[in-house]
Structure formats: C-alpha cells, structure tokens
Design a protein around this ligand. Structure first.
Ligand SMILES: [Zn+2]
Length: 70
C-alpha cells in the first residue's frame, strides 16, 4: 500500500510543468531530466491559445500540466 499523499502516478517536469509517467526519464516536451513528485493541480490544455489559465501558467502546448510545483 502506498502512503503517498497523492495517489497519482505522475511526476512533473520542473522546467515546463508537463506531467509525465513516473517511469519517464526525459520530459517529452522540453527534454529536461529533472522532475518533482511534489506538485498539485492538473490543467489539461486542449486549446492553450484560447485559455486564460494556460497563458497565466505560460503553457503553450497541448497536454497535461501541473498547476503548482511545491
Ligand atoms: Zn519539461
């Protein structure tokens, strides 16, 4: 049993906040190899060009992003 506070199987890229599978070694979005599992909130960017939140978070591509890194 997991004792993690979040039962989500993703980790977040520290440079672009893309959420990737825990097993991923390299961020598919920016190529970074630094990840954190301390993140909160998910934004699914479908039309980042027309999303206020995506703009605020500096998201330019479609995908799954963490709203906040701890
Ligand atoms: Zn990245």
């Amino acid at each position: 049993m997991s004792t993690r506070k979040k039962g989500i199987q993703f980790k977040a890229c520290v440079s672009c906040r893309t959420l990737v599978d825990r097993e991923a070694q390299v961020c598919p979005n920016c190529g970074s190899k630094e990840f954190t599992e301390d993140w909160s909130g998910i934004i699914i960017a479908i039309e980042p060009e027309s999303s206020e939140l995506a703009r605020t978070l500096n998201i330019t591509g479609k995908g799954r992003y963490a709203v906040k890194l701890e």
